[in-house]
Design a protein around this ligand. Structure first.
Ligand code: NAP
Length: 346
């Protein structure tokens, strides 16, 4: 951990690159920045009820679609591998949240949840997004225990416990349509549970789902209870018009009710879209509306939301930060940035 990032009244060391967040985007950015000898500091996040360092993969059991692991990899293990790889190149890690980022000063000034102050010439924001949940007690417990409740059908749907089962998908947007259609490859039947009588999804995606013989819809329904001790066995549904309740037997529950990007500390700092995602105005670039601040991973992408795409944008952000430091950043006494970006392959 950085000994120089202050908090005791002394002016902190000016970091070249501070990476906020510790999912695939953050660790990939760290690996690239460290190998470019930028001595990155990763502020990996403080554990809380909603989020733990490592991000959403920490809640995923088996990751089968991250290339390089033909037998799959446990989500937590994959994140520990990425962290260890960043540490191997001397990445420094601070287990706190950034709660404030002041873009008006250069170097940028940040405050952490532990009261520390950090100064940085460039910042890579990779704080991710969190899946929205219904907030039911058993939903959270079973999701954390690998008990058949998930917010990512693409990550978990193909796992053995879900095969040939009746699976429920909650939501009426494009994600719910896509996830339900995907799950029909493995499930006996998929029930989309939607709280209204029309979908929010685009007509083409809705049509595709509705035409699938393995999919049926529970309209005007919401889940009010998740049943099961070690593994989900069913749901209690409430009719949103009549208030009547009924039970539905299921062997898996997939939430598709949207995501919330972790950008509360960035309001008024960089440009966000109406849902709170960081905007990166140029295609194939991770630059934000503020020079020197880059964004990577799910915090700037509500479309792909995959570990591998997050890692890709983490790489892009580190390379862009490196090039920015070498060619564009305001010069400062004592800065030891390589004049040209160093070679990265191998
Ligand atoms: P979304 O469009 O915001 O839809 C969320 C759905 O969840 C809505 O139907 C909403 O119901 C429902 N919902 C929200 N809170 C709920 C709650 N507490 N209880 C029950 N239901 C709840 O989110 P998304 O489907 O994840 O899509 C996000 C963005 O990604 C969209 O722009 C979408 O077009 C895009 N996307 C595109 C593709 C594709 O093109 N292949 C695939 C996936 C996502 P209401 O409708 O009643 O509000």
């Amino acid at each position: 951990m950085s000994q120089e990032s202050g908090g005791n009244g002394t002016e902190p060391k000016v970091e070249d690159v501070v990476i906020i967040g510790s999912g695939p985007a953050g660790w990939t950015a760290a690996i690239y920045a460290a190998r470019a000898r930028l001595d990155p500091l990763v502020v990996e996040g403080a554990p809380s009820r909603e989020m733990i360092p490592g991000g959403q993969l920490m809640f995923t059991t088996e990751v089968e679609n991250y290339p390089g692991f033909p037998e799959g990899r446990d989500g937590q293990q994959l994140m520990m591998d990425m962290r260890a790889q960043a540490e191997r190149f001397d990445t420094r890690i601070m287990t706190e949240d950034v709660v404030e980022l002041d873009p008006s000063e250069r170097p940028f000034r940040m405050k952490t949840s532990g009261g520390k102050e950090i100064r940085a010439r460039t910042v890579v924001v990779a704080t991710g997004a969190r899946a929205n949940w219904l907030g039911l007690e058993n939903e959270e417990r079973l999701a954390q225990a690998g008990g058949g409740v998930s917010a990512c059908a693409v990550c978990d749907g193909a796992l053995p416990p879900f095969r040939d089962q009746v699976l429920a998908v909650v939501g009426g947007g494009d994600s719910a349509m896509e996830e339900a259609t995907y799950l029909t490859k493995f499930a006996r039947e998929v029930v989309i549970i939607h709280r209204r009588d029309t979908f929010r999804a685009s007509p083409i995606m809705a049509e595709r789902a509705l035409e699938n013989p393995k999919i049926r819809v529970a309209w005007n329904s919401q889940v009010v209870e998740v049943l099961g001790d070690d593994f989900i066995t069913g749901l209690v549904l409430e009719d949103t018009e009549t208030g009547e309740t009924r039970e539905l037997e299921v062997g898996g529950l997939f939430m598709a009710i949207g995501h919330t990007p972790n950008t509360a500390f960035l309001k008024g700092v960089v440009q966000l879209d109406e849902k709170g995602y960081i905007q990166t105005p140029e295609a194939w670039r991770t630059r934000t509306s503020v020079e020197g601040i880059f964004a990577a991973g799910d915090v700037m992408d509500d479309y792909f939301r995959q570990a591998v795409t997050a890692a890709g944008t983490g790489c892009m952000a580190a390379l862009e930060a490196e090039r920015y430091l070498a060619h564009e950043a305001p010069a400062e006494a004592g800065s030891e940035i390589p004049a040209e970006p160093v070679a990265h392959e191998g």
